[in-house]
Design a protein around this ligand. Structure first.
Ligand code: PMP
Length: 366
């Protein structure tokens, strides 16, 4: 089978041109006599890679100068554990808005030294909507408010139709898990205290994550912690307090460059609208053969869970999809059914192929 359209949720598809470049660079970096994966992270070659990756990410996302960018090993879950350690003091309250599985995961990473207030939760509604901002019970003086910008499994995302993509939390800094939607549209970083993302959806290979933090927040004392878990120490050491995941960082840098070359977040926003409209249109227009139950105001443009009315046909649907060159569509075990993840690296044509397949499948099985 040739390379398929890969709808996997993460690790997810990477642009083919990036993979080809990485393949070429794998054996020898320029005329260095060694691969970038074999060179010191402190040598001039990798320092150039790291510096350029940060500069490109800053350009891509429009990161203001008063924000630091960290490239850290580990995933979004690691960041979820490090946020309270770095930004909340003993006895502080932190506010969490839970809109799905990953919001719940974030809660599990909290240290017992802080008190958590669940300011709002979509659980009672099966996470099919995002509770209205007016219903949130925020704590005055909380250390921060944490949200999940896009819920990768439940398929809900803060969209303008909900009210605003970056909810107003007044003087309390807003921390957002952007793992599955970063760089899919232009955002106003200054509305956030911290933005973090595991790389393996929109930014590159798994194993590295990006943390964008308003510099003044790094002055907070936080909790007693090992230096390696200290974001300000990481910043002072250019995210190289220990040996960083150089290969992942390098490939992420290729993805940043690719996104800039393609037209940046403005273009990915346009494509995301187009892809989401195609796919939700096909689901909603199927007369109930396919179903997505999410409140239309907060439907994710990145992860589209959907269900066949007749679940007994799931296996046939997935087998046929694979034969049609469409992979990674099996839903998460928490929800079952199907899920199409349509991140930046998924071309509009990939979604067109999926829609055509869904319509064919319905014709033969409907
Ligand atoms: N948050 C979100 C929104 C995610 O989609 C994921 C992974 N799918 C995580 C957190 C956890 O990320 P990691 O596996 O990198 O720790």
């Amino acid at each position: 089978m040739a390379r398929a359209y890969n709808f996997a949720p993460g690790p997810a598809a990477l642009p083919e041109s990036v993979l080809k470049q990485a393949q070429a660079d794998m054996l020898e970096w320029g005329s260095a006599g060694a691969s970038i994966v074999e060179m010191s992270h402190r040598g001039p070659e990798f320092m150039e890679v790291a510096t350029r990756a940060e500069a490109d990410l800053r350009t891509l996302l429009g990161v203001p100068d008063d924000y630091a960018v960290l490239f850290l090993p580990g995933g979004a879950t690691t960041a979820q554990a490090l946020l309270p350690l770095n930004f909340a003091s003993q006895g502080d309250t932190v506010d969490y808005v839970v809109t799905g599985h990953w919001g719940k995961t974030a809660l599990k990473q909290l240290t017992p030294a802080v008190s958590v207030n669940i300011a709002a939760s979509g659980e009672a509604d099966g996470y099919r909507t995002i509770p209205a901002r007016e219903s949130w019970r925020l704590t005055p003086g909380a250390a921060y408010v944490h949200i999940t910008a896009n819920e990768t499994i439940h398929g809900v995302e803060y969209r303008p139709a909900w009210g605003e993509p970056a909810p107003d939390t007044g003087n309390v800094p807003l921390f957002a898990d952007f793992s599955s939607s970063i760089a899919s549209e232009p955002i106003d970083i200054s509305r956030y205290g911290v933005i973090y993302a595991g790389a393996q959806k929109n930014l590159g290979p798994v194993g590295i994550s990006v943390v964008i933090v308003r510099r003044e927040l790094l002055e907070r004392a936080g909790q007693p912690r090992a230096d390696i878990f200290n974001y300000s120490s990481q910043l002072a050491n250019d995210s190289m307090l220990n040996t960083p995941p150089t290969w992942n960082w390098y490939v992420a840098g290729l993805v940043f460059r690719w996104m800039l070359d393609e037209g940046g977040t403005v273009e990915f926003n346009r494509r995301s609208d187009e892809k989401a409209a195609l796919l939700y249109g096909a689901i909603d227009g199927s007369g109930g053969f396919y179903r997505n139950d999410i409140d239309t105001a907060v439907r994710s443009r990145m992860n589209v869970p959907f269900f066949l009315a007749d679940e007994a046909r799931n296996a046939a649907f997935l087998d046929g999809a694979r034969e049609a060159g469409l992979i990674g569509l099996k839903g998460h075990r928490v929800l079952g059914g199907m899920r199409a993840s349509i991140y930046n690296a998924m071309p509009v044509d990939g979604v067109r192929s999926l829609v055509a397949y869904m319509q064919d499948f319905q014709k033969t099985h409907g």
